[in-house]
Design a protein around this ligand. Structure first.
Ligand code: ADE
Length: 418
C-alpha cells in the first residue's frame, strides 16, 4: 500500500485518540453500523482532501466500512495530526498522504497522489481537489459521479465555477446543511479558535480587546465565546446586515482601520483576502496578537508585513514576532494558517459528528442518485439534514413535542384568522 506520512511509530497514540473522538460521534456510529451491513459504497473509490484529525479518521473508517476504497490527503499543510495519519495507515489500511508542516510542493504532490486512483467521488475541504481536477487533471472527470465540499470557502469557489458554467461534475455543499453550519461553524469554530489562541499564547481573554473580522457563522461563534470569557469584542464587517446583527448582539462595530489601534487580539474569519493589510498592521499596539481562523492563509497580508518589518523571530511555538520599522511588534500565530487546527485540535468531535454524518450520507446519496444529478452545486437533501438532527437529539437523550394533527392542518390552512 502506497502512503506518505511522518512516522508510522505514532500509530498507537493515534489509535487511542481516534477511539476517544468516536465516543462523541454517536450519529456517525449509527451510520457506520448500517454501512457495515448494507455496504452502500461498495467498490466506490473516494478521494478525500480533509484535515487529518481524529474526527476525520472516524469518517474514513465509516466510509471504508460502507465498502468504499478511501484515500486521504491533507487540506492544510499545518493541520495534520501525524499520529492519526499513522494509525489510519497501520490499523485501518487506509492510504494517507499527509505530513504536518509539509511544504507547498509536497502538499500538491499529495493531492495528486489521491487523484491517481481515479476517484468516483471527491470529498474536499476548501475545494483544492476539485480545483486541481479542473485545472490539470480533466482526464479524471469521466469516472467521477460527484463530489462533496465541507467548508464555506470551498463552496464559494465551487459556486464561482458553476456560475461560469465550468463545473464538470455535481457537488453537494455539505457546509450549507443546517446540521453543519449552525453547529460546526458557530460552536466548533467558536470554541476551537479561542482554544488555539490560548494554547499558542496563554493570554487572558478577560479584559482584552478582541477584534473579530467577519460576522458570518464562524465570526459569530468566536465573538460569543470571546465575550463569554470577559473580552471586550469589536466586530468589523463589510455586509450591512451582518454589521447590524453584530450591533444588536451587543458588540461594537467599526472599520478595521479604527479597530487597529484599539485591539489586543485580532482574528480574521472572512474567507476573503488581505483583510488585515499594511496600513492596519502599522496602526496596531505594540505586542498585538493576530490570528486567522479562515480556511486559507490569505486573510492577513503577511508579504506586506514582511516588507515593512526590520526583524522577524519565533518567540514561542506557533508565534512569530515581526518588528515593524519605527513601529509596533506584531505577533502572528501559525503563519496565518487556521489557528484552531494548527495550534489546537480543530472542532470537538461532538460537532464534527454532524458534519461528517452529512458527508457519509451525501456520499451514499451521490452513489444512489448520480444518474439524475447535473453539473451543479446542490444543497444536502433536507431529508438527510433533518434525519441527522433527529439522531443527534436521540443520542443526547432529548425528546421533543410532536405536532397534533389539528396543528398540522392549521399550518397548511389559510382560512382561519383572528
Ligand atoms: N475542521 C475543523 N475542525 C475539524 C476537525 N476536528 N476535523 C476535521 N476537520 C475540521
Amino acid at each position: 500500500m502506497d502512503y506518505d506520512i511522518a512516522n508510522i511509530g505514532l500509530a498507537k497514540k493515534g489509535k487511542l485518540r481516534i477511539e476517544w473522538a468516536a465516543r462523541n460521534m454517536p450519529v456517525l456510529q449509527i451510520i457506520r453500523d448500517r454501512f457495515s451491513k448494507e455496504k452502500p459504497l461498495k467498490s466506490t473509490c473516494i478521494s478525500c482532501c480533509l484535515h487529518v484529525t481524529t474526527e476525520t479518521a472516524n469518517l474514513m473508517i465509516t466510509l471504508k466500512q460502507g465498502g468504499a476504497k478511501v484515500n486521504l490527503c491533507a487540506s492544510n499543510p499545518l493541520s495534520t495530526q501525524d499520529d492519526v495519519a499513522a494509525s489510519l495507515v497501520k490499523n485501518h489500511k487506509i492510504p494517507v498522504f499527509a505530513i504536518n508542516g509539509e511544504n507547498n510542493s509536497t502538499y500538491y504532490q499529495h493531492i495528486n497522489k489521491v487523484l491517481d486512483v481515479h476517484p468516483h467521488i471527491t470529498m474536499d475541504d476548501g475545494a483544492d481537489l476539485v480545483s486541481a481536477i479542473h485545472q490539470k487533471r480533466k482526464d479524471l472527470v469521466k469516472d467521477i459521479l460527484g463530489g462533496t465540499e465541507e467548508t464555506t470557502t470551498g463552496v464559494i469557489r465551487l459556486k464561482s465555477l458553476e456560475q461560469k458554467e465550468l463545473l464538470l461534475f455535481p457537488i453537494i455543499a455539505i457546509n450549507n446543511a443546517q446540521t453543519k453550519c449552525f453547529f460546526d461553524n458557530r460552536y466548533g469554530t467558536g470554541q476551537s479558535t479561542v482554544d488555539g489562541i490560548i494554547r499558542a499564547t496563554n493570554i487572558l481573554f478577560a479584559g482584552a480587546n478582541v477584534v473579530i473580522c467577519g460576522y458570518g457563522w464562524c465570526g459569530r461563534g468566536v465573538a460569543m465565546r470571546a465575550r463569554g470569557m470577559g473580552a471586550r469584542v469589536i466586530v468589523t464587517e463589510t455586509d450591512s446586515l451582518k454589521a447590524l446583527e453584530a450591533i444588536m448582539d451587543g458588540y461594537e462595530v467599526m472599520p478595521i482601520k479604527e479597530a487597529a489601534p484599539k485591539g489586543n487580539v485580532f482574528i480574521t474569519l472572512t474567507g476573503d483576502t488581505k483583510v488585515i493589510s499594511e496600513e492596519h498592521f502599522k496602526l496596531m499596539k505594540d505586542g498585538a496578537i493576530v490570528a486567522n481562523g479562515g480556511h486559507f492563509n490569505v486573510e492577513l497580508d503577511l508579504d506586506a508585513l514582511e516588507k515593512i518589518s526590520v526583524k522577524k523571530r519565533i518567540v514561542r511555538e506557533f508565534v512569530e514576532e515581526y518588528t515593524i520599522k519605527n513601529g509596533p511588534r506584531i505577533n502572528i500565530l501559525c503563519q496565518g494558517r487556521l489557528v484552531n487546527l494548527a495550534a489546537a485540535e480543530g472542532h470537538p468531535a461532538c460537532v464534527m459528528d454532524m458534519s461528517f454524518a452529512n458527508q457519509a450520507l451525501s456520499a451514499e446519496f451521490i452513489v444512489q442518485k448520480s444518474q439524475t444529478l447535473k453539473k451543479k452545486v446542490y444543497p444536502v437533501p433536507e431529508k438527510i439534514d433533518k434525519q441527522i438532527a433527529k439522531l443527534k437529539l436521540k443520542s443526547m437523550g432529548v425528546e421533543i413535542d410532536n405536532l397534533t394533527s389539528e396543528q398540522k392542518k392549521y399550518l397548511v390552512s389559510w382560512e382561519a384568522g383572528t
